[in-house]
Design a protein around this ligand. Structure first.
Ligand SMILES: Cc1cc2nc3c(=O)[nH]c(=O)nc-3n(C[C@H](O)[C@H](O)[C@H](O)COP(=O)(O)O)c2cc1C
Length: 201
């Protein structure tokens, strides 16, 4: 079985190390909708993340309405455009280049977006949300699903308009938007540098 065949079968399961090694940021999805039971399994994996002082600061917004996803993509592009314009940074230039492509969709036409929101202002709320995010992405990978964090959507998601539309309470902060879907093609690995060890005493 090729890696793609393995990835396209949602029932596939992997060891933790296999999931860590196989996870990719997937940007090409089939139109197949993910059912609610699978999403609940991913959310359950997310809430098993470690959490400082056992605060469990996360809440989740799930968006599967195609029209909403398209509108949110347009809003996100508009905000990235406005925020990046006039900046000289490499990041801003690269972001502008991407969002100005006419067919660029910030969610790559994935059918599901899960937004992990932080309920509390404590020092580790965001860290907890990111740990939940990685749990969710590894669980998805172990089940043959693709995911990608969509940082481009964070700014739009935290506007009062989008919070109201998605029923995210005003006091919460959208931290980690993650798309989920069935990969339509194989995503090659993005190489990593070896771990840099500054101290080992
Ligand atoms: C905080 C964060 C924000 C990201 N935002 C985006 C994004 O808006 N769009 C995108 O295509 N990928 C996004 N990514 C995915 C990274 O580009 C990706 O993780 C990186 O290139 C390494 O590739 P890999 O995840 O396949 O190993 C984001 C990743 C992180 C951690």
């Amino acid at each position: 079985m090729t890696k793609l065949q393995k990835a396209a079968k949602p029932e596939v399961s992997m060891s933790a190390m296999e999931a860590i090694q196989h996870r990719r940021s997937v940007r090409d999805y089939t139109p197949q909708t993910i059912d609610r039971a699978v999403i609940r399994m991913l959310l359950d994996a997310a809430v098993h993340a470690p959490t400082a002082m056992h605060e469990e600061p996360w809440s989740f917004a799930v968006v599967q309405d195609k029209n909403l996803l398209n509108r949110l993509s347009d809003s996100a592009k508009e905000r990235v455009r406005n925020e990046a314009q006039g900046s000289d940074s490499h990041h801003a230039k690269r972001s502008l280049e991407l969002v100005n492509k006419p067919d660029f969709h910030v969610f790559y036409n994935a059918g599901t977006l899960i937004v992990i929101c932080n309920k509390f202002q404590g020092p580790f709320g965001k860290a907890d949300c990111w740990l939940a995010a990685e749990n969710l992405m590894l669980a998805a990978c172990a089940k043959g699903l693709g995911t990608c964090v969509i940082g481009f959507a964070v700014s739009a998601l935290n506007t009062p308009e989008w919070k109201a539309e998605l029923k995210i309470p005003a006091e919460m902060t959208a931290v980690a938007p993650i798309i989920v879907g069935v990969p339509a093609s194989e995503t090659p690995p993005v190489p990593r540098k070896p771990p840099e060890i500054v101290a080992w005493k």
